[in-house]
Design a protein around this ligand. Structure first.
Ligand SMILES: C[S@@+](CC[C@H](N)C(=O)[O-])C[C@H]1O[C@@H](n2cnc3c(N)ncnc32)[C@H](O)[C@@H]1O
Length: 278
């Protein structure tokens, strides 16, 4: 899978990063109940099977749907969208399904972590298609699930339809879900704190790593865990697992552990990271 980022000419060295103003404020989205049936017939879908074998003898298959976007969203018409997967501060990549999302699902199932989500408050930051949180929703009994993406268009045209598609047999599950869009610097989630936070393929830029980390520190329960899945290096981008680790070490409040490394020889080396308060 190749990734293209439009960082123009302004990749600034870390020590001179200027904070950009927040242009995308937090917004809560509700599922348009009256349109629910229309959504289900309108969206194109791709069946997506994630085969997870915990042991040789107990394979578990989760079959997920992936929305194929076919909507005249203003953002999709943006000139730069033709050649880029990310346009910083405008579009942060949520329309596309990125590969670390699958790594995280496999890690959670392989390590039998799903039952520990029962009764818990869960958050996925930068969710896009939100396959990790949807897989958990279908396989455990959390108390609440909060889905967040930078772009409101992604929440309305990808995240909500994808949750609806995957839960169409269990419509009562959607009452557990809350949807939010906005810049990480503006997110508060109604002051809810979370037992588990998930985030995949969100460490590609140094500047936003700081925003992501600040938000995790603010909304993670003191005994909670945040699982991140990321490429060790994002070629052509400023962010990497090493730059994220460095900022956490400098802050000294939380600790970051690499709990799994994925070297499949097919793509970049990828990691599952666990972030906790010390
Ligand atoms: C590359 S996409 C990954 C989408 C999804 N997690 C996946 O793996 O398919 C990166 C995501 O990070 C989020 N993101 C990046 N920078 C952000 C920022 N400054 N504030 C809020 N969200 C941001 C966006 O929501 C975007 O969907």
């Amino acid at each position: 899978m190749d990734f293209y980022f439009d960082f123009g000419t302004d990749i600034t060295p870390q020590h001179t990063i200027q904070e950009e103003p927040i242009t995308v404020l937090e917004q809560e989205h509700s599922i348009p109940q009256d349109l629910l049936a229309n959504y289900l017939v309108q969206v194109k879908k791709e069946r997506f099977s994630c085969s997870i074998s915990k042991t040789e003898t107990s394979p578990q298959n989760i079959s997920l749907e992936k929305v194929l976007i076919d909507n005249p969203v203003e953002l999709l018409r943006h000139e730069k969208m033709k050649n880029n997967d990310v346009i910083p501060q405008i579009y942060e990549g949520g329309f596309k399904l990125w590969e670390c999302a699958i790594d995280l699902i496999q890690f959670l199932f392989h390590n039998n972590l799903i039952p520990s989500m029962n009764g818990k408050h869960l958050l996925e930051l930068g969710c896009g298609h939100a396959l990790p949180l949807i897989s958990i929703l279908l396989s455990s009994h959390p108390t609440s699930l909060h889905f967040q993406d930078y772009n409101r268009e992604v929440i309305d045209y990808v995240t909500i339809p994808n949750v609806l598609l995957n839960t169409s047999q269990h419509t009562q599950l959607t009452s557990l879900c809350k949807f939010w869009s906005g810049d990480w610097r503006a997110c508060k989630f109604g002051d809810q704190k979370f037992d588990f936070i998930f985030s995949t393929d969100t460490l590609y830029e140094i500047r936003s790593q700081q925003y992501l980390y600040n938000l995790i520190k603010q909304v993670l329960q003191k005994d909670g865990v945040c699982y991140l899945a990321a490429k060790s290096f994002y070629f052509g981008c400023s962010g990497s697992v090493a730059t994220f680790r460095e900022l956490i070490q400098k802050d000294g409040v939380m600790e970051l552990e690499t709990v799994c490394k994925i070297k499949d020889g097919l793509s970049n080396i990828r990691e599952i990271l666990a972030l906790r308060f010390k």
